[in-house]
Design a protein around this ligand. Sequence first.
Ligand code: GLC
Length: 500
Amino acid sequence: MSFDDLHKATERAVIQAVDQICDDFEVTPEKLDELTAYFIEQMEKGLAPPKEGHTLASDKGLPMIPAFVTGSPNGTERGVLLAADLGGTNFRICSVNLHGDHTFSMEQMKSKIPDDLLDDENVTSDDLFGFLARRTLAFMKKYHPDELAKGKDANPMRLGFTFSYPVDQTSLNSGTLIRWTKGFRIADTVGKDVVQLYQEQLRAQGMPMVKVVALTNDTVGTYLSHCYTSDNTDSMTSGEISEPVIGCIFGTGTNGCYMEEINKITKLPQELRDKLIKEGKTHMIINVEWGSFDNELKHLPTTKYDVVIDQKLSTNPGFHLFEKRVSGMFLGEVLRNILVDLHSQGLLLQQYRTKEQLPRHLTTPFQLSSEVLSHIEIDDSTGLRETELSLLQSLRLPTTPTERVQIQKLVRAISRRSAYLAAVPLAAILIKTNALNKRYHGEVEIGCDGSVVEYYPGFRSMLRHALALSPLGAEGERKVHLKIAKDGSGVGAALCALVA
Ligand code: GLC
């Protein structure tokens, strides 16, 4: 075989391998039906009392955690409250002023979580919560020095704590960590009350005036802040009214919450349900923790790359398997694993003879960020120059134009699978709550936050496309309004602290 023939044969083999992978990433309408039906089944199971011997920590089903929030704000709420937000790569502390007219103003301080708190296995809860308290102190010094100076004599300032990890919530201001997700691995936090841990460190740092009065998840915050900011009161004039029904996050992680009828949350003790209903409460927010959908892999599409990422590379093997196919933390990791595999099969990046010679960034887990994929996704430059630059800058990885065409196909298959799967929980919740057949024309709003839904090019259109292919159908999809609800974690936590 001549060199040219050999080259052509390799190119054909690459295309064939890549097309096969893209096929494996396809989510068909039949799959959407199957997954949506299973999601509804799992939601129902998660609302019922656990089987004997099962706990939220041991169970592989949907956690469906009652959030102890029983009402939605209407935008008239007022007050100045503190909010702290731990959920991904940053810790944020804010002072939120709710103006009572759907608007708010906010001062905030954001700090990157130091890498050693994430990577080092010897880190303790005190290290992490000590860091949070020190950042809170820096914030108080800058924005509330008078309160700080008054010490114990100050009027307590109410703080809502958005803690975006699975927590077994026991009341509005207490909950124990079920397990870490999104990279943390501090073993001694699991099973502890995160409000207490934070409050103790605040006390230790001389802040008795800061009272953590509410604990919430970022999805709950997103839902509440969306309710607060969206002005639906002029339904008479606008003709249409959309009801907020879901708060969701598609970012580093993915998750959502919705309002469920208290009567249906049968895992809540009967006395508590009776008491709430007597008080006139009918609904409670459920934090679905949908990252954990189908941890048993009965229906989720699974490729060999998903298995390696979960079992060998993630910090929580066997859990959050839906998240590992959908969220921003994993999109780049899926691509990285495919590229390394295609290289090992002699199909791509053949200028490197062995795996050891590949650029270190390409062989290091979680070094390829979803932001790089977002550049590749929409690259229409000649020879895919943007892609070339992006891969050079992020991974120091040179590529040929033909390799880049294949890489772009892979990127699009990965993001499409993510967006199609993302439609499943939304369709399932809308069907289960019958939201599209209620009130007015059944128009519904979904408050979303997170880097993927906000910035990944085409994500929202692909998601909508999948909603139309799902059991909701095109007519159902048209009634769904996806709204970006920015800053949910801050405003939502403040709203929680206000009602606590
Ligand atoms: C992870 C967490 C969940 C959070 C989501 C989005 O899935 O377990 O609590 O809401 O990420 O940040």
